[in-house]
Write a protein that binds this ligand. Structure first.
Ligand SMILES: NC(=O)C1=CN([C@@H]2O[C@H](COP(=O)(O)OP(=O)(O)OC[C@H]3O[C@@H](n4cnc5c(N)ncnc54)[C@H](OP(=O)(O)O)[C@@H]3O)[C@@H](O)[C@H]2O)C=CC1
Ligand SMILES: O=C(O)CCC(=O)C(=O)O
Length: 416
């Protein structure tokens, strides 16, 4: 795994696209830095009565198109720069799928496996309490990311509503349905990865049915993507988690692997599958590779050994800019994170709309609307790719997104 700084990677991606746009350098400069970053020290009582301090962040990158929007990550490697990068990717992601949000992201430096449920609840409530003045359904709307899910979202909402003495389900998305969550939100990120894979194979004139697939990371994004891509008739030959990878050239059953992970805690030792390292998974000779874990999974060196023809990014920032250069040169098609995994935030938007209307949608409606957002965004991406003579789909995505953000900024009268 590369040590590339994700925030510098984001800035490079913006610069790459800016070269194809007629936008002032000053304005581009504004789109390379967060508007504000809140840094917190949370003091939380542990079960043994002692107090522990946790570093936490919330970065609000850009609010030109609407409230800041983006997940909350619990991970020991969370850094200020990582959160800044993730918040920027959110701003560009919301713009590329054209939903009325800016970008934000939060994180707490914690390994949740080392804490009890009660300790994690106190930590989440402490974070929500500190963030209360800066969030809200019209201001900044958090959501799940790595190691957070419905449980943490429900705690966050409850804390906010208690302190505000109101009901405000739209303060956070990714909640359980009984707390105002949306049908289809858990599957939404993996579903958009599947849709992006289907669209890019179609664009390239290749059949996804029968294609071989490797998926790195088997959490929310990766496990759902693997299952839905398998449902298209592709063969998922390898998956992995932090314990390592498993490989079966005849194809794995993603649903059965999920049950095995739920029972044992990891994908390892599943049936007769062969054990491999994560690096070996990333260089398997497959038709489609789906990185669905963390940033910097593939750097320039590893990119030279990648044998997949197509990469669809479920994770945020899994390829370094060096990797992008190598893969572009080698004609490997990459559908970028800011489009491929945008299903999560898109269905979060649907959840927020349902919360405002106090009117829940059916799962069929959620999935239909999501499909229409992702396929339209993919078509616009291809259009930008072909008409701007840009080197790859990532740069095309930033061209579309930057154009939209700059337009809102200009229409607000902020810039001639
Ligand atoms: N959840 C969402 O709605 C969205 C998530 N994303 C992005 O998708 C990615 C994954 O998030 P999500 O699925 O939610 O997170 P989860 O916490 O549900 O899952 C993360 C997965 O990655 C695995 N993992 C961690 N480190 C490694 C590693 N070094 N090698 C291989 N696997 C590893 C974890 O393993 P283990 O199970 O062993 O811990 C786990 O299976 C992130 O980049 C996130 O930002 C993007 C859009 C929306
Ligand atoms: O659902 C959301 O609002 C954001 C999900 C997220 O954090 C992401 O897309 O990276």
């Amino acid at each position: 795994m590369s040590e590339a700084n994700p925030f510098e990677s984001l800035q490079e991606q913006v610069d790459d696209a800016a070269a194809y746009l007629d936008v002032d350098e000053d304005v581009i400069g504004r789109l390379k830095h967060p508007e504000r970053v809140l840094e917190l020290t949370l003091s939380v009582e542990l079960d043994d009565g002692t107090l522990e301090q946790f570093r936490a962040f919330r970065s609000q990158f850009n609010g030109d198109r609407g409230p800041y929007k983006g997940g909350i990550r619990y991970h020991p490697n969370v850094t200020r720069d990582e959160v800044k990068a993730l918040s920027g990717w959110m701003a560009y992601k919301c713009a590329v799928v054209d939903i009325p949000y800016g970008g934000g992201k939060g994180g707490i430096v914690v390994d949740p496996r080392e804490y009890s449920t009660n300790e994690l609840e106190r930590l989440t409530r402490s974070y929500a309490t500190e963030l209360r003045p800066f969030v809200g359904p019209e201001r900044d709307i958090p959501a799940p990311d790595v190691n957070t899910g419905q449980r943490e979202m429900n705690w966050f909402k409850d804390t906010y509503e208690t302190l505000e003495r109101t009901t405000a389900p739209g303060v956070i998305t990714g909640k359980a349905k009984s707390s105002g969550g949306s049908a289809g939100r858990i599957e939404a990120t993996g579903r958009s990865v599947m849709l992006a894979a289907r669209e890019v194979f179609d664009y390239l004139g290749t059949d996804i049915e029968g294609a071989t697939v490797a998926v790195q990371g088997f959490g929310n994004a990766g496990s759902v993507a693997a299952t839905l891509i398998d449902d298209l008739g592709a063969s998922v030959v390898a998956v992995s988690d932090s314990s390592g990878a498993i490989y079966d050239p005849d194809g794995l059953d993603p649903r059965a692997v999920k049950s095995h992970k739920a029972e044992t805690g990891s994908v390892s030792d599943y049936g007769d599958a062969e054990a491999k390292t994560n690096e070996e998974l990333l260089t398997l000779d497959v038709d489609l590779l789906v990185p669905a874990a963390l940033e910097n999974a593939i750097d320039g060196d590893l990119a030279r050994d990648v044998r997949a023809d197509v990469i669809v990014e479920a994770a945020n920032g899994p390829l370094t800019p060096d990797a992008d250069d190598v893969l572009t040169e080698r004609d490997v098609h990459v559908v970028p994170d800011i489009l491929a995994n945008a299903g999560g935030v898109t269905v979060s938007y649907f959840e927020w709309v349902q919360n405002r209307q106090r009117f829940p949608w059916t799962e069929a409606r959620v999935n239909d609307e999501l499909e229409s957002v992702i396929t339209s965004a993919f078509d616009e991406l291809v259009d930008a790719f072909e008409s701007h003579d840009v080197p790859n789909l990532r740069t095309a995505a930033y061209v579309v997104a930057i154009r939209r953000i700059v337009e809102s900024y200009r229409e607000g009268g902020n810039w001639p």
